[in-house]
Design a protein around this ligand. Sequence first.
Ligand code: DAH
Length: 381
Amino acid sequence: MYTVPKLKSYTATALDKASDSLLAALEKESSAVRNEEDWKAFRDRWMARKNGVLTQINDLWLKQAPKDAKRDVGQRVNQLKATVTATVEKPRSGAVATAKRAGDSVTARASVAAPSLDSLDITLPGIRRPLGAEHPVIKTAHEIVSVFRNLGYSVQEGPVIETDYYNFEALNFPPNHPARDTQDTLFIARQESKPQRERLLLRTHTSPVQIRTMEKMKPPIRIVIPGKVHRNDPPDASHSPMFHQIEGLAVDTNITFCDLKGTLDHAMKELFGSSVKTSFRPSFFPFTEPSAEMLVSCFICGGSGKRGSEPCRPCKQTGWIEILGCGMVDPNVYGFVGYDPKKVSGFAFGMGADRIAILKYGVDDIQLFFNGDVRFLEQFG
Ligand code: DAH
């Protein structure tokens, strides 16, 4: 059986010789194909990405070629690729063709891909590629980000694989603090030999980017941070182990809770319409003090809790929807980034982009966002 040789010389004659013996082997093996099974083995031997003959000539001939021979070798390798592809995909007669026509789409494509020239009707219209659409979660995230950009915020991003230090410690979750339990963290395996703060995990929120940004920038800071986060939540209609958050942070002199309320109230009106109201109730996050949850009046039932005579489901008949967590940055956090808590103050907030997309578009299952069914995604085009 033919094996791809290493080339000792890259002269035209040497290349001719190597190509000829490759093509002879191709012809011989092609004519020995009798049935579907033979054909698949033949195809894989020549075209498999991993170690097929084409891959090998790429690796052994083209990549090893000296600089001045690269162009010539490249052209020959391309020609060989075209010939091999056409030979493998050419329509075959008898058993192979019948077996393949019975439903092998690879073959169906092959006969289109390699038409003989006299049957090519160049007056046929081309094939229009369907236009893509922005994914609904990304679209929602962009909308949220642009509301804050219009207020003068800039965008920061950070790594999805984080250290314990940024995800927890510097956000005022000390080691073993029970607030860590609320985060259902997915830890990267085999980190035990490192000091705890260096151990890697999948970030459970976008808040670590607050720290990363404050480490490199001095106040005044106004940023939004969109990104992917992970938690150990089994997937169901309202949970996904991967989801998206948008975080915000404003630090300056004399920033108060009034600024937080005014900013977020404005943002919600931009996002959900000028008639929504906001409401704050006390909460706890280790990195903010005081902390709050913000609710918006239900923009589906207008706050009544009812849709006609039916109960309103998105707000569970309360007329309010919990939309984000927020608070004034805890002075301890400033200690981790070298800011003086006596001189600066600020607020932070974090919200789930997927959840907001669900509410905005009336989607009843978060999994629809992630299982890649075009029939679902097309509706957002
Ligand atoms: N990081 C929090 C979470 O995912 C959400 C959050 C709450 C972010 C309050 C904030 C904040 O910036 O101030 O559970």
